[in-house]
Write a protein that binds this ligand. Structure first.
Ligand code: NDP
Ligand code: MG
Length: 392
C-alpha cells in the first residue's frame, strides 16, 4: 500500500488523481491533502478519503477545519505545506499545485528523501530545474513526470538507455488558436482562450496552452528531466492529441506513446510504473482515426517556443538560468492580469518578448535567487502594463 500526499488536491490534476486512488483502494491510500481556498471541495475529500493531515491557505479556514475535524492534523499556508511534507509519513508526494507556489513543496519533498515525487507542477522545473534535479539525485528521490508529454517520454524510455536518446519530440495540440498570426488574436476574449479543443484543465495552464507558453515551458521541463540540450528537443503540432510525445534513439528507432487524451493515464503511471493499472480510459480505434497528422508550429506559437529556446541556449552558454525564472514569473503575472480582464491576449507575448529582450541573465544558485528574479519579473510586468499607461 502506497501512502500518497496530494498537494493541490482540489484542482484539475488533484481531483483526477483522487479518482485514480479511489479506483485502487488496495494499492493506494491518502495521507495528506492540500488546497489554497476551495475548502468546501476539500471537506468532501476529507470525508471520503480520510487523510491524516491537510493544509489550507488561510488561517480562518484552518481554524474552522480544526473545530470540525478534531482528530485531523491541520497545517496552514506556504510554511505549513513545507512543515507537513517534512512531518507526515508518505511514499509518494504528487505535486499538483499551480504556479511557482509549487516550487518550495517540491524542494522540501526531494530533500526529505525516502519517497517518490510525482511532478505535475512544471513550474518547479522551469524555475529551478537544476536545483530540483541535483537535490533529487543527492537524496535518490525519483522525480516522475505527470505532464502527459513527459510521461510519454518516460514511458518510451522504460527498458532503454537514456544515453542513447538522439532527440525528443514533444507534441502540441496547438490550442484553440492553432496557426493564428498576431492580427487574428487582437480581439480574443478570456472566454475564447479558455476553450481548449482536447483537454479540460485549470485556468492558468489553459491560457498557457492558448499562447503556447505551455509548450515553451514543457521544453524547459524536458531539458531538466532528461538532461537534454535545447538543440535536441523539438516541438511538432499534432492537433488530435493522440501521440503524446516521441523519442528517437541513436539507432534510428522512434518510440511514441499513444492514447486518447486522459490525464488519468499519466497520473496512474506515476503511481504504478513500471506496472500498469486499469484507468477506465477508452481504447484507441485506429481504423476510426484513419490517420494521424502533424504540422510545424506556425504563427504566434513560434514566438513562444523561441522564447524558451533563447533562455535554454543562454543557460547552456553561460550556466545562468534566470531567463526561465523571469519568463515564468512574468507569464504568471500576465495570465492573472488577462484573466482579470485588465490586459489583452496579445499583451502576454508582447510583454514576455520585451522582458526577455531586456533581461540580463544571472546565476541561480539557491531558491532565494529564484524568488528575487521572480519578483523582479512580476514588478517589470506591472510597471510596463499598469504603471506606465497611467503616467502617459
Ligand atoms: P488547478 O488550478 O486546477 O489546481 C491548482 C491546485 O493548486 C488547487 O488545488 C489549488 O487550490 C492549489 N493552489 C493554487 N494556488 C496555490 C497556492 N498559492 N498555494 C498552495 N496551493 C495552491 O491547476 P491544474 O490542476 O490544472 O494544474 C496543476 C499543475 O499541473 C500545474 O503546474 C499545471 O501546469 C500542471 N499540469 C496540469 C495539467 C492538467 O491537465 N490540468 C496537465 C499537465 C500539467 P484551490 O483549489 O483551493 O485554489
Ligand atoms: Mg503537457
Amino acid at each position: 500500500m502506497k501512502r500518497v500526499a496530494i498537494l493541490g488536491s482540489t484542482g484539475s490534476i488533484g481531483t483526477q488523481a483522487l479518482e485514480v486512488i479511489a479506483s485502487n483502494p488496495k494499492r493506494l491510500a491518502i495521507s495528506m491533502l492540500t488546497c489554497n481556498s476551495r475548502v468546501d471541495v476539500l471537506r468532501g475529500q476529507i470525508d471520503r478519503f480520510r487523510p491524516k493531515a491537510v493544509c489550507v491557505g488561510r488561517k480562518a479556514d484552518a481554524a474552522e477545519l480544526g473545530r470540525e475535524y478534531p482528530r485531523l492534523k491541520i497545517y496552514c499556508g506556504a510554511e505549513g505545506i513545507k512543515e507537513a511534507i517534512g512531518t507526515v509519513d508518505c511514499d509518494v508526494v504528487l505535486n499538483a499545485i499551480v504556479g511557482i507556489a509549487g516550487l518550495e513543496p517540491t524542494i522540501e519533498a526531494v530533500r526529505k528523501g525516502g519517497l517518490t515525487v510525482a511532478l505535475a507542477n512544471k513550474e518547479s522545473l522551469v524555475t529551478a530545474g537544476r536545483i530540483v534535479m541535483e537535490a533529487a539525485r543527492a537524496s535518490s528521490v525519483p522525480v516522475i513526470p505527470v505532464d502527459s508529454e513527459h510521461s510519454a517520454i518516460f514511458q518510451c524510455l522504460a527498458g532503454n538507455d537514456e544515453n542513447t536518446i538522439k532527440r525528443i519530440i514533444l507534441t502540441a495540440s496547438g490550442g484553440p488558436f492553432r496557426g493564428f498570426a498576431r492580427d487574428r488574436l487582437t480581439s480574443v476574449t478570456v472566454g475564447d482562450a479558455l476553450i481548449h479543443p482536447n483537454w479540460k484543465m485549470g485556468r492558468k495552464i489553459t491560457i498557457d496552452s492558448a499562447t503556447m507558453m505551455n509548450k515553451a515551458f514543457e521544453l524547459i521541463e524536458a531539458k531538466w528531466l532528461y538532461g537534454m540540450e535545447a538543440g535536441r528537443i523539438e516541438v511538432v503540432v499534432h492537433p488530435q492529441s493522440i501521440v503524446h510525445s516521441l523519442v528517437e534513439f541513436d539507432d534510428g528507432a522512434v518510440m511514441a506513446q499513444l492514447g486518447h487524451p486522459d490525464m488519468k493515464v499519466p497520473i496512474s503511471y506515476a503511481f504504478s510504473g513500471p506496472d500498469r493499472w486499469m484507468t477506465g480510459t477508452r481504447g484507441l480505434d485506429l481504423i476510426a482515426l484513419r490517420s494521424l497528422y502533424f504540422e510545424e508550429p506556425s504563427g504566434e506559437a513560434r514566438r513562444s517556443l523561441d522564447l524558451a529556446y533563447r533562455v535554454m541556449h543562454d543557460s547552456e552558454a553561460t550556466g545562468h538560468d534566470s531567463g526561465a525564472v523571469a519568463l515564468n514569473g512574468a507569464n504568471e503575472e500576465l495570465v492573472r492580469l488577462f484573466l482579470e480582464g485588465k490586459i489583452q491576449f496579445v499583451d502576454i507575448l508582447d510583454t514576455l518578448e520585451y522582458l526577455i529582450d531586456s533581461h540580463r541573465p544571472m546565476a541561480i544558485t539557491s531558491i532565494e535567487d529564484v524568488f528575487v528574479v521572480d519578483r523582479a519579473a512580476r514588478r517589470a510586468v506591472l510597471e510596463r502594463l499598469v504603471v506606465e499607461p497611467l503616467l502617459s
